[in-house]
Write a protein that binds this ligand. Sequence first.
Ligand SMILES: Cc1cc2nc3c(=O)[nH]c(=O)nc-3n(C[C@H](O)[C@H](O)[C@H](O)COP(=O)(O)OP(=O)(O)OC[C@H]3O[C@@H](n4cnc5c(N)ncnc54)[C@H](O)[C@@H]3O)c2cc1C
Length: 429
Amino acid sequence: MKTIIIGGGLAGLAAAYRLADKDEITIIEKDNELGGMASSYSIEIPGSKNGVYHIEKYYHHIFASDRELISLIEELGLGSRLEWLRGTTGYFFNGKIYPMNTPLEILRALPLMDVIRLTWLVMKARTIKDRTPFDDITAKQWILDTAGESVYNNFFLPLLSSKFGDNKDKVSAAWLLGRVQIRSNRGAKGERLGYMRGGFHALVVAMADKLKEKGCKILEGDVSRIEINNGVVKGVVVDGKNIECDRVISTVAPNVLEKIMDIENSGISTDISYQGTACALFGLKEKVMEDTYWLNIKEDVPFGAVIEHTNFIPEQDYGEHLMYVTSYFQNPESALWKKSNDEVIELYLKGLEKLFPGIRGKVNWWRLRRDIDTAPVYEVGYGKKVLPYKTNIKGLYLAGMFSEANYPERSMNGSIVAGFRCAETVQNS
Ligand SMILES: Cc1cc2nc3c(=O)[nH]c(=O)nc-3n(C[C@H](O)[C@H](O)[C@H](O)COP(=O)(O)OP(=O)(O)OC[C@H]3O[C@@H](n4cnc5c(N)ncnc54)[C@H](O)[C@@H]3O)c2cc1C
C-alpha cells in the first residue's frame, strides 16, 4: 500500500517509523527541515570556524512521565544523551524574582493561607483519576471552589494569563488537573526535567535516518490538496503535481486541513481553536538570572515567560549563554503576529529592560520563531473535540497535536504516541 504522510513533525515521523517496514511511505514536509515545532537552529559555536551546535527554536524539556518518548530515544541508541536535571522555576512580581521550587520557597512567596489552600488543591487534584467530568467546567471555577479567590489571583491567574491570554477563562478544569498531576511531583529539592544533551535535533535526525534506511521517501513540498473521490482517498497535490496513493495520514493543524480538503462533506469537525507563539532566542555574553531556568512573570510586559536555557543545560555545551523570551497570542490580529521580527524583538527588549535593567548590552544575537498554530486552546468541552485517528473518508487518517494522546497538554511524547496509535489504527483497518 502506498501511504503519504503530510508533515514531517514528530507525529508524522512516528507514524512512518511504525509503518515503514510494512508500507511504501512518503513523508511530505513543507519546510526545508524536519521536526516541525520541535525543530532546531544550527548556531555557529563562538570562536569556532566550522562547528555548530543545535538548539530548539522553541524551548523544550521532557517529564519522567513521557514514557514512549523515552523508550524511543533509548531504542534509537540515544539513551546516554538523555539527562535529568534540576529545572528551577521562579516568579517575578513586586520587582523581584521569587524562587518557587521547594515547599519552603513557595511559603516565602505566598501568604500562609494561600499555601495551605494550594497544597489542598494539589492533593485533591492528584487523587482524581477520571478527568472526564472536569472537561465541562472551567479551571477558574474549579480553583475558586477548591482553593478560593486569593489562590486564584496570586498563583493561577498569572499562569493562566501567560498560557492562554484572553482565553484564560474558557480553559477547562480537565486541562488544569492534567497539568497539576504532571508538574506537582517535585520532592523537597524541586523538579527534575529531562533534556537530550546536544538537543532534540538528534532525535529528529535519528528517526529520519532510520526511515531512509527502511526505504521511506522524505520530500520537501507544500501539500495544497488531498484528492478524495466518492469518499475514498486518491492522492495529494504537492506544489501543483499530483501524487497518487492509497492512504493519507495528515498531521497538519485542523485549520490547515480544512483548506486542503472538502471538509464540509467529510464528517470531520475542525472546531478546535489554536493559539500562536512568538518565541525569541537570545545569545548572551553573560547570564541574566542567578539560578532560574523558568521565570513566570506577573508584571506588565509583552511576554509571559523568560527561560534561561543555560541555567538548565550548562553554558559550556554552547560556548555562550542562551535565553528564550516567549509569549502565546490568541489571534492573527495580535501585534506579536503582525509586527516585523525587528519590532517584536524591540518590544521584548523594552519589556526585558523593565525586569533586568542593562540587558540590551548583554545580547550578542537573536532569532525569532513565530507560528500561528502552536497549541490547541484546551477550552471547556475540548475532550469531545479531539480528532479521531481514522476518519469516515476511506484511506484518510489523522494524528497530531489535536489527537487524544496530546490532551491535556501537547508534547513531543503526545505527538509520538499519536503517530504510533495512528499507525496501529492503519494496520488494523
Ligand atoms: C512554544 C512551544 C514549546 C513547547 N515545549 C515543549 C516541551 O517543553 N516539551 C514537549 O514535550 N513538547 C513541547 N512542545 C510541543 C511539541 O513541540 C509538539 O507537541 C510536537 O513537536 C508537535 O508535533 P506534530 O508532529 O504533532 O506537529 P508539528 O510539529 O506542527 O508538525 C506538523 C508538520 O506539518 C508541516 N506542514 C504543515 N502544513 C503542511 C502542508 N500543507 N504540506 C506539508 N507539510 C505541512 C509543518 O511544517 C510541520 O512540520 C512545545 C511546542 C511549542 C510550540
